[in-house]
Write a protein that binds this ligand. Structure first.
Ligand code: MG
Length: 355
């Protein structure tokens, strides 16, 4: 317990990630420092063109990709290539659901600005319907730091205040990784969010510990693998345009035969010593030699441009491989006892000749 200003505080466990003990700001703490103001430069003259594989969620004309949370037609108005929140009609969300994504959104605060604090051009973009990247008018306007434009609402304040004046187009580029849970529902990897606001990094692979919320943290839902992109109606006529998304594929895992360190076959010292020496690589006469030495039951390869020798694991009497690289060195010995080698890495090969 610590006493501060007459109040007593007990150290609290973090609500989300096990093992995380770093002190964490309370949600919406008005004492949390505001980020530095950064001028992002002029707004783009036109919507930024999407890449070829993007799914267009809003092209400036149609709300077909959107609906209300209870499945009714989206009630926001579309004009001049933008959609505008009609206060009171409620949030809208994509009909489609997404997990890991890259998301591009352009938005503009109402102009002239009205209201103060959270009551000023407030809206928000919810990834998987759960994680809000805040949309609000933060241009020369103050509110609590984790509720500013670029905030992961209630959790991470933005690293910079890179907003433009109300009425000007602002650009979010968001990379989102969904949280991962094991079969028992335990969180094994938190969600990840990287956000650029008007080209300025405002969230650097931060890890929300659960869905964002107003007041008190919300619990994770381990059953959710995908969810809609939701735009918040916070009773302010914020505008949006040019919304597109790219689904990010899972990284592949290697099959067992392509992973792990190969098991060495036992070779005699005589066989191993037969390959020791300095080798020219053939391609360039000026290139320094590759040197092979013996270290117990395997060989070492010393390259002129690497300070530490590499282990060569024997997988047959004449073939040696690197432990963590798709590379192998195959030796050949001719009738006169001359030793050559062929070093293959990935899709490249280079011949070696012992000097
Ligand atoms: Mg909001």
């Amino acid at each position: 317990m610590a006493a501060l200003g007459g109040l007593a505080f007990a150290a609290a466990d973090d609500p989300g990630v096990p093992g995380v003990t770093a002190p964490r700001w309370k949600q919406h703490d008005i004492h949390r420092p505001r980020p530095q103001v950064v001028d992002p430069g002029p707004a783009p003259a036109a919507p930024i063109a999407p890449p070829g594989d993007a799914v267009i969620l809003f092209d400036g004309k149609s709300l077909d990709a959107w609906e209300t949370p209870d499945g009714k037609p989206a009630g926001w108005k579309v004009s001049d290539g933008a959609m505008e929140i009609v206060p009171g009609t409620g949030a809208i969300r994509t009909r489609a659901s997404f997990g890991d994504v890259q998301l591009h959104v352009e938005w503009a605060s109402p102009s002239p600005a009205r209201g103060v604090g959270q009551d000023r051009g407030n809206s928000g973009i919810f990834l998987m319907g759960q994680f809000e990247v805040q949309v609000i008018d933060s241009y020369k306007a103050d509110t609590y730091a984790d509720g500013m434009a670029g905030a992961i609402y209630g959790q991470y304040s933005p690293l910079a205040n890179a907003t433009r004046p109300p009425g000007e187009w602002q650009v979010y580029d968001i990379a989102f990784r969904r949280p991962r849970f094991d079969a028992s529902g335990k969180l094994v990897r938190p969600a990840g969010l990287t956000v650029f606001l008007n080209g300025v990094l405002v969230q650097n692979n931060e890890e929300p510990w659960g869905p964002t919320s107003w007041l008190e943290p919300s619990p994770n839902d381990p059953t959710l693998k995908k969810g809609p992109i939701e735009l918040q109606d916070h009773s302010h006529p914020v505008r949006y345009r040019n919304i597109w998304i790219r689904e990010i594929p899972e990284r592949s895992s290697p099959p067992p035969a392509r992973a792990g360190i190969p098991v060495a076959v036992g070779l005699s010292d005589r066989v191993l010593d037969g390959y020791v020496g300095a080798y020219s690589t053939g391609s360039n006469p000026g290139e320094l030699a590759w040197k092979i030495s013996r270290d117990g039951d395997h060989l070492l390869l010393k390259l002129p441009f690497k300070p530490v020798p590499l282990q060569l694991i024997p997988v047959s009497e004449s073939v040696f491989v690197l432990p963590h690289t798709d590379a192998e060195l195959t030796f050949r010995k001719d009738d006169q006892g001359r030793v050559t080698g062929l070093f293959r890495v990935g899709d490249g090969e280079r011949p070696l000749t012992r000097q």
